[in-house]
Each structure stands twice: as structure tokens, then as C-alpha cells.
Design a protein around this ligand. Structure first.
Ligand SMILES: C[S@@+](CC[C@H](N)C(=O)[O-])C[C@H]1O[C@@H](n2cnc3c(N)ncnc32)[C@H](O)[C@@H]1O
Length: 328
């Protein structure tokens, strides 16, 4: 970080450009190609069918960002990044693709939202649902293993993942415990993609999907979800206003057996909500329909829902988990 307020202002003023370089490097295949092997600029452009002059500028910017290194005429992806661009379930291209969409959305709507508190209604196309689900899978592939490890799953037989998308977290929970069965609840167009997503995971037979709506009492008419040892709300409460988040925590706690645990994983933020930049920005990403909630607020909601022994686990500088036990 450059010294001085004016220098900081200048670096943030150009933050949009760094972000676009990242997403374009992902969308054109530059990251994935360099993850396979180092290449010269000519080889890279020819392999990807992209403009050599523009490729050189993007790759030079990636070097300046510390993501690519020059070795003579060849360019190599930084070693730490190579495993994240292998085209497997952990591949980060989908997450970057999603942030490319976010960039467009921010450009089009943030100023209007700040002026009026409203924004145009957003309806995701079927392709948009798949792109969002793919981005969530990319994020889960990165974060779910540490969440699964942090939860002591030895005694868990039945787990409910509320808003669990296409089952990425459920896969990691099941991999931690061979006796664990997971139910994933999400909206109908999302759960429709679930079985195919978990089919090759080796644990798909222990994961079932329920189409529901967590804004409805008990997740929707005719849905019976109760007696779980573990319920997960992962990246869910930030999508809600305070009343909605509290109601959701109450509903999740209601799905537990006595002694069961509720785990809430989300972006972390300081109590005054003004120190963790990425979480402050994420709160803006939620516009008027969600927020990044501080610890005392989350603890208060959990306690009010009848949960005790609430413990916090930190995952890096901007994610955390609160787990609490339903009082028997
Ligand atoms: C930010 S994603 C998190 C997905 C997953 N838990 C994870 O961490 O990767 C939010 C999820 O909530 C689901 N969702 C949103 N509104 C819902 C609702 N009313 N009922 C059920 N699921 C909902 C979305 O479809 C999406 O899969």
C-alpha cells in the first residue's frame, strides 16, 4: 500500500483496471494455459487465438501484479497459483468469471442505488444460474475443506446444508465422515443441477437434494426437515436484511435435534463494520437486501434461537464461522 491518503486514493482509482486484467486473463485462457507450462508471448497468443500485442500488455500487467514471472522470453504462472487453474473442481476460472459479471453490475447500478436505495430487478437466466452455481463451487472448493476440518464431524450422521447450492459443501462434509448423509436445500433451478454435480465426487450416494425456499416457514409447504445433527448456513445470512437473517437462523436451529449444531460461515467484519475492506465492499455488493454482520449481532441471533456454547473460528482475514449447540 502506497503511503499517504492521496497515493491510496490513486491506487483505488485504478483498482477497476487490475480487476479487469484478472478476469480477462481467466476468460481468454491465459491463466489456464500458463498453469500447464510456461510460454512465450507468441506461443501464448497463438495457442489461445488472441491478439499478440494485447496479450503482451495483459501478461506484463500480470507480472507487475506478482502473478506471473518472466524467465527470459518465457512467462510462468506463480507456483502457488498453478494448482488453482487445472480445470478440475477447484479451478478458479468460474469465480473470476462471476466477478467479471459483478464488475458490469457494479458499473451499471451502484451509483443509482446510492442515490435512490433501489436498483432494477435482477432475474437470472438459466445460464446465469449455472454461472453463479459454478462460481459458488469454485469458492467452495477453496474454502469447504477447511470448514469441514474445523467442524468436528465424528458424531454427525445427518447434516442439512441450507442454501447449499449444487452440493459442493455437502461433498466435503461427506468426505470427512463416511457415515454422514447430507441433505442440500436450495431453490428449484439450483437443486436441479445438484445430482449431476455430485455424481463424480465419490460420495454422491450420500447426498440428497430438496427443492425449497428458506423464506417460507419450515422451508416450504410439505417439506419436513428436522432432527439434524448439523445445519449449515454458509454464505447465506449476508443475503438477508437483519430480520430475515434472524428468522433464517431461527428456522435453521429448528431443524436440529437437541444437541445438534448450527454452523454459520460468512464474511467476517469488525464490530464497527469499517475496517475489513473486502467485507465492506461485499456489503455494498449486497445492496439494500443484505449486509456483512458483526460478531455481537450474529451471537445475539444465535443465542435468541436457543443455541449455546457458541464458538468462533477464523478462516484467513475475512471469513469466519460461528458454531453453536442447540440446548437439549
Ligand atoms: C451465496 S450462495 C451460497 C451457496 C453455498 N452455501 C456456498 O457457500 O457455496 C447462496 C445460495 O442460496 C440460495 N438461495 C437463495 N435464496 C434462497 C431461498 N429463498 N431458498 C433457498 N435457497 C436460496 C441460492 O440459490 C444459492 O445457492
Amino acid at each position: 500500500m502506497a503511503d499517504g491518503a492521496l497515493a491510496r486514493l490513486d491506487s483505488y482509482r485504478w483498482a477497476f483496471a487490475s480487476h479487469r486484467v484478472l478476469t480477462v486473463a481467466a476468460r481468454t485462457g491465459i491463466f489456464s494455459r500458463l498453469a500447464k507450462a510456461p510460454a512465450s508471448l507468441e506461443e501464448l497468443a497463438a495457442a489461445l487465438g488472441i491478439d499478440p500485442f494485447a496479450t503482451a500488455k495483459i501478461v506484463r500487467a500480470l507480472c507487475a501484479m506478482g502473478l506471473v514471472t518472466a524467465h527470459g522470453k518465457e512467462y510462468a504462472l506463480e507456483a502457488e497459483l498453478v494448482e488453482w487453474f487445472q480445470g478440475d473442481e477447484r479451478d478458479q476460472v468460474a469465480g473470476l468469471e462471476h466477478s467479471h459479471d459483478l464488475y458490469d453490475g457494479w458499473g451499471a447500478t451502484i451509483e443509482g442505488w446510492v442515490r435512490t436505495g433501489t436498483m432494477p430487478p435482477r432475474k437470472r437466466s438459466a445460464e446465469g444460474v449455472e454461472r453463479f452455481a459454478a462460481a459458488m463451487r469454485a469458492g467452495a472448493a477453496r474454502h469447504a475443506p477447511e470448514v469441514a476440518r474445523a467442524l468436528d464431524l465424528r458424531a454427525v450422521r445427518r447434516a442439512l446444508d441450507i442454501g447449499g447450492g449444487t452440493g459442493a459443501y455437502a461433498v466435503h462434509l461427506c468426505r470427512q465422515n463416511a457415515d454422514l448423509h447430507a441433505v442440500v436445500l436450495d431453490l428449484p433451478p439450483v437443486v436441479a443441477l445438484g445430482p449431476a454435480n455430485v455424481a463424480g465426487s465419490g460420495v454422491g450416494g450420500r447426498i440428497s437434494f430438496v427443492a425449497g425456499d428458506f423464506h417460507q416457514p419450515n422451508f416450504g409447504a410439505g417439506i419436513e426437515l428436522s432432527g439434524f445433527d448439523l445445519a449449515l448456513l454458509c454464505s447465506i445470512i449476508h443475503q438477508e436484511r437483519p430480520d430475515g437473517a434472524q428468522a433464517l437462523i431461527h428456522c435453521a436451529a429448528g431443524s436440529l435435534a437437541p444437541g445438534g449444531r448450527l454452523a454459520i460461515v460468512d464474511f467476517s467484519i469488525d464490530d464497527e463494520q469499517r475496517e475489513v475492506l473486502s467485507s465492506c465492499l461485499f456489503a455494498i455488493n449486497m445492496r439494500s437486501f443484505g449486509d456483512t454482520y458483526p460478531e455481537p449481532v450474529i451471537r445475539g441471533w444465535m443465542a435468541a434461537a436457543g443455541l449455546s456454547d457458541i464458538a468462533r473460528t477464523d478462516f484467513g482475514p475475512s471469513r469466519w464461522m460461528f458454531a453453536g449447540t442447540k440446548i437439549a
